[in-house]
Each structure stands twice: as structure tokens, then as C-alpha cells.
Design a protein around this ligand. Structure first.
Ligand SMILES: Cc1cc2nc3c(=O)[nH]c(=O)nc-3n(C[C@H](O)[C@H](O)[C@H](O)COP(=O)(O)O)c2cc1C
Length: 349
């Protein structure tokens, strides 16, 4: 007799072994949110927490790693942004603090960074927005991939999770592939595992945990929000590209639209050159994520959130979130296999 628990274990064995955890659920790094408290809580609950290093200096990152290690003896990773001017020094800090896994985010990682991580025996995980890039990254030596669809919170690509998994999962067997974007329940995790994923990464679902240091006003905004409120940053004119970020619609979003209108008008009237206008657009959101998450200014800050925000209904402990996901995952397996094999009732929860 096979239990749903055993089936789940088998489905994500590769992911569990790769991460060294009980459940192949990664707590996606979220700048300002994924610090020592949430990261250690996710790892202590059997998942894989990831520190978001954002714009941290190597020294700050070193401290954050040490403080996280003091709160958990389980594995966790560090997310580094490839555009960070001190990327190689950040890698040194990870190596010196015995970090086992690094996620490189924010664009195609430089080969030098991958090589340096590997020299230090650190497992390298990269985001892959398309199959050709997945293959390229494997050639460069990455140890695992994350495919993240546009349902996700934060910086996103143009393609949905449901399409990306079909494009990439059937063709990548060399390394474990984790799926992210729009995942809020265990049934969704099972569907991706059955398609060949090694595990899943969730961000939005962890923002309102009791261990998350996000401001109470931000947590309330998450709890109130529906999936449709998590929109992509609006772009008004093809000449002025906007970096696509998914966040909750608020006063700042509306001001961003007006600001773009104003700048476009200035360029059209030749009062400002295109480059300057573009730079101003890029700078509009500077510092705004901290404003929302830490200061709780949910009107003027950037409330990055994925569409799964609609599935966040209360503040609960990280342990509870993970247990809920596991119960739903096992229930999904149980129901499916129970129907298929109801004659011999070989499965039990
Ligand atoms: C508030 C917020 C901040 C984020 N910051 C980062 C980041 O710094 N680095 C990164 O790689 N991904 C970042 N992400 C993406 C998450 O790591 C994760 O992949 C994503 O949230 C998964 O999709 P979901 O939101 O639908 O669960 C962020 C997401 C949110 C909601």
C-alpha cells in the first residue's frame, strides 16, 4: 500500500535531495521580506528559505547569513542580483559563510560568477525565461533552474507559468527544474511535479506569515486584495519602455501613469530628450519597495505581489502555510489515485 505521503516524496525526491530539505518548496527571495526571520522559518518548517540580498553590501550580507544560521540549522540559500556592482564580492561573502546554494537573479548571469560559485562548491540556481536560455545556462554549468511565469510578484517576464512549463519541462532532464509564479495551493504544486518539476517556489504566499517582517498595513493590503489587483506596471508609449513589475494597484501606480504622460508631453514638445525622460521613468520607483514593505506606506510605495495574492486570506505562521500546502498536495494525489485505483484501495492518506 502506497500512501499519498510516499507518492509525494517520490515526486519531488530530486528537488529534496538537491536542496537537502524535507519538502521541495522554496520560499522565493523577496527584497526586504526575505531576511533572517522568514528565511529561517521556512527552512525550519522543512522548506528552503532564500535570503534576498537586493542591494546589500557584502558586509551586510555576511551579517544576514550569520544571523540566519543562528536561527536555523537547516539549509537555506542566498539570492544575488547579477547587476549588483559587487557581485563577485557578494559571492566571496557566501563562500566564506559556507552558503550551499546561490540563486542568481536579474538577467543572464556572467560566466565568471557561475565559475566562481562552482569553484567554491556552491550550487548555482538560475532563472530561465525560455528553453534556449535554459540550455545555454546548463552549458555554462548551472546546477538547477527556476522557471517563473508572469503571474509572479515582482519583476516578471512576458510568458505565463502554464506555458513556460510546457515549453521547458519536457526538454530539460540534465538538472532539477523548479517552477514559480502563481502558485498558492498544493494541488498546483502536484500538477507541476507531475509534469516533471523538481519542486516549486512561492513568494506571495509567504508575505503575510507571522514571521514576515512586512508592515501590518502591507499584510492587510495583501489580505484584502484579489488576484486582479496584482497588475503589471503600466506602460503608455512604446518609445518609453517600462520594466515589467507585478504589484498591487495603488496611488503610486496612478501617479506613475500621470508621470509618464507628463514626460511624454515634454519629449513631444522637445523640452526634454528621450534619454533623460527614460531615466526619469526608471527612477520613479527607486526606494518604493522599502516604503511599502518596511514603512507600510501602501499608497506611495510599490506593493509587489503576485496574482496568488487572491489566495492569501489571513496572517498565519510559516509552518501553517507549508502544512496547508502539503495537505492540499497529498489530498490531490489521494483523490486522483483513489478514483483510479478505487477497486483495490491501495492508497491511503
Ligand atoms: C515583494 C516581492 C519581492 C521580490 N523580490 C525578489 C528578489 O529580490 N529577487 C528575486 O529573484 N525574486 C524576487 N521576487 C520573486 C519571488 O522570489 C518569487 O519567485 C515569486 O514571488 C514567485 O511567484 P508568486 O509571487 O506568484 O509566488 C519577489 C517577489 C515579491 C512578491
Amino acid at each position: 500500500m502506497k500512501s499519498a505521503e510516499k507518492l509525494l516524496d517520490e515526486l519531488w525526491t530530486t528537488g529534496k535531495d538537491f536542496l537537502g530539505v524535507r519538502h521541495a518548496i522554496l520560499g522565493g527571495a523577496m527584497t526586504w521580506v526575505s531576511e533572517r526571520n522568514l528565511v529561517s522559518a521556512i527552512s525550519n518548517a522543512g522548506g528552503f528559505g532564500i535570503i534576498a540580498s537586493g542591494a546589500m553590501s557584502p558586509e551586510l550580507l555576511r551579517t544576514e547569513i550569520q544571523k540566519t544560521q543562528a536561527l536555523t540549522s537547516y539549509p537555506f540559500g542566498v539570492n544575488l542580483i547579477t547587476l549588483h556592482p559587487n557581485l563577485l564580492e557578494l559571492i566571496d561573502a557566501c563562500a566564506q559563510e559556507n552558503v550551499t546554494h546561490v540563486v542568481l537573479a536579474g538577467g543572464l548571469p556572467p560566466a565568471q560568477a557561475i565559475a566562481k560559485l562552482k569553484e567554491n562548491d556552491i550550487k548555482v540556481i538560475c532563472f530561465s525565461p525560455a528553453l534556449v536560455l535554459a540550455k545555454k545556462l546548463i552549458k555554462l554549468g548551472v546546477d538547477a533552474l527556476i522557471i517563473e511565469g508572469m503571474e509572479a510578484g515582482g519583476h516578471i517576464g512576458p510568458v505565463s507559468t502554464s506555458v513556460l512549463v510546457q515549453e521547458i519541462l519536457p526538454h530539460i532532464k540534465e538538472v532539477p527544474v523548479f517552477v514559480a509564479g502563481g502558485i498558492g495551493r498544493g494541488e498546483a504544486i502536484i500538477s507541476y511535479l507531475e509534469m516533471g518539476a523538481a519542486g516549486c517556489q512561492l513568494g506571495t504566499r509567504f508575505v503575510c506569515t507571522t514571521e514576515s517582517i512586512a508592515h501590518p498595513r502591507l499584510k492587510k493590503a495583501f489580505i484584502r486584495a484579489q488576484a486582479r489587483d496584482a497588475i503589471i506596471s503600466p506602460q503608455l508609449d512604446v518609445r518609453f519602455p517600462v520594466i515589467p513589475v507585478r504589484s498591487l494597484l495603488n496611488k503610486a501606480t496612478k501617479e506613475f501613469i500621470n508621470y509618464q504622460k507628463e514626460l511624454i508631453g515634454k519629449v513631444d514638445r522637445q523640452e526634454m530628450d528621450l534619454k533623460e525622460a527614460q531615466l526619469n521613468i526608471e527612477h520613479f520607483w527607486a526606494g518604493s519597495l522599502r516604503r511599502a514593505i518596511i514603512e507600510g506606506d501602501i499608497e506611495n510605495g510599490s506593493i509587489m505581489a503576485g496574482q496568488s495574492v487572491g489566495l492569501v486570506s489571513k496572517e498565519q505562521s510559516t509552518q501553517e502555510v507549508i502544512e496547508e500546502l502539503l495537505t492540499q498536495a497529498k489530498q490531490a494525489l489521494f483523490s486522483r489515485f483513489f478514483i483510479e485505483q478505487s477497486d483495490d484501495k491501495r492508497l491511503s492518506l
